[in-house]
Design a protein around this ligand. Structure first.
Ligand code: ADP
Ligand code: MG
Length: 375
């Protein structure tokens, strides 16, 4: 159990700045997710905590103690790598037991047996004790690798995209399993992923990383409902959030928005309109997720915006429909049995309660309706 602090860490590889003045304070026992695109610096951050990489500047603290000069094996962290490697000549049992037989962390065989049994039960791989890695499926191998990480009782678990190489179905299943195990961990965990669903479902808190720095730090719901900028908004949600320019104007003191070449103005919810009034003259971007857009074949009132069907993709439990409105593609998530033909005329209605307003120049978040509910 340990709190982890990073203070102003910079790590460069020659000219590449992998981590750029990064600070983080991870609570004891927290399940903390580092989330972001490839190259963001996530793996480097984990390696810096593990002690496999050394930053040029900044402090790494584990349990309040500065560990910059402490060797990895003395830091009491356990790490699962993205490209985990099991020892091919060792059985499942011996692979998992391995860390407890190292010189430094050696335990007696009675202790090892109990620990291995606890972990294989947790990972649901009991019954495979004697198999070699080559006799296991991908999913089973991954479980053994995670098991090997969990078998020690370190101060910190570091997991680098442990599910990334599994197929979608297994990944989904394992996510559920990890979620279930989480409460049993009782150990500070830093979990790296570039899958937003994994991030949202597992995390106590998420740090969105990009280009070696943190874009936003908060809960899954804060990321989703109040993303700090357009980049973060894009990273959360499937299909990706719709973002398009809008002009803001005052009509008799009421804030209205022109967007998508429509003559019909969009009217923000009252509290959002209050904030937007001060932005008068600024150009905005509107963000709205596909699930917050209603669809109809007939306009039901003047709030419905006319478009044509551009693409239609059934994806299991829903249909992703791309609708062209004056040259802008808007993606909506419709219910499964929705039927529409290409080029067919359709009407969309935005749920203005869920619209996110961004500054078009800085791409920074301005407001949304019901801000209080989400902060
Ligand atoms: P992520 O895990 O978020 O994909 P990384 O931490 O692996 O990102 O990499 C961050 C940046 O540092 C990238 O630009 C990557 O190319 C670079 N980098 C990482 N490791 C090395 C290395 N050993 N040598 C040189 N550049 C590296
Ligand atoms: Mg990585």
């Amino acid at each position: 159990m340990a709190r982890i602090e990073l203070e102003n860490i910079t790590k460069k590889y020659k000219e590449t700045v992998a981590i750029d003045h990064l600070s983080l304070d991870i609570k004891d026992n927290e399940f903390f997710v580092l989330f972001g695109p490839a190259g963001a610096g996530k793996t480097t951050t984990l390696k810096t905590i593990a002690g496999i990489e050394f930053p040029q500047a900044g402090l790494v603290k584990i349990g309040g103690e500065i560990v910059n000069l402490i060797e990895p094996m003395h830091r009491n962290v356990s790490m699962v790598f993205e490209n985990y490697a099991l020892y091919p000549h060792l059985s499942v049992y011996d692979n998992i037991a391995f860390p407890m037989r190292s010189k430094l962390h050696r335990k007696d065989e009675q202790y090892i047996q109990e620990a291995v049994e606890r972990v294989v039960k947790m990972m649901k791989i009991d019954g495979l004790y004697d198999r070699k890695p080559s006799q296991l499926s991908n999913g089973q191998r991954q479980r053994v690798a995670i098991g090997r990480c969990l078998v020690r009782e370190p101060a910190v678990f570091l997991m680098d995209e442990p599910l990334a190489h599994l197929d979608a179905k297994l990944r989904h299943f394992m996510r559920g399993e990890l979620k279930e195990m989480q409460s049993a961990f009782n150990t500070t965990t830093i979990y790296v992923t570039h899958d937003f669903m994994e991030a949202m479902s597992l995390a106590d808190r998420i740090a969105v990383m990009n280009k070696g720095t943190i874009e936003q730090l908060g809960t899954a719901l804060q990321m989703y409902y109040t993303p700090i900028n357009e980049l973060v908004a894009r990273l959360f949600g499937e299909p990706e959030i719709n973002l398009f320019p809008a002009e803001l104007f005052l009509d008799d003191g009421t804030v209205k928005l022109h967007a998508l070449g429509q003559r019909i103005p969009l009217v923000p919810e009252a509290d959002a309109a209050q904030v937007l009034k001060k932005q008068h003259g600024n150009e905005l971007d509107l963000g709205i997720r596909g699930i917050d857009i209603a669809f109809s074949l007939t306009p039901q009132d003047e709030a419905w915006i006319k478009g044509t069907v551009f693409a239609f993709e059934p994806i299991g439990n829903k249909v992703i429909m791309t609708v062209l409105i004056n040259g802008t593609q808007i993606r909506i998530a419709a219910v499964n049995n929705t039927k529409a033909d290409l080029d067919q005329r359709v009407y969309l209605k935005f749920n203005m309660k869920q619209v996110l307003y961004f500054n078009r120049t800085t791409q920074g978040f301005i407001t949304r309706s019901d801000m209080k509910k989400y902060t």
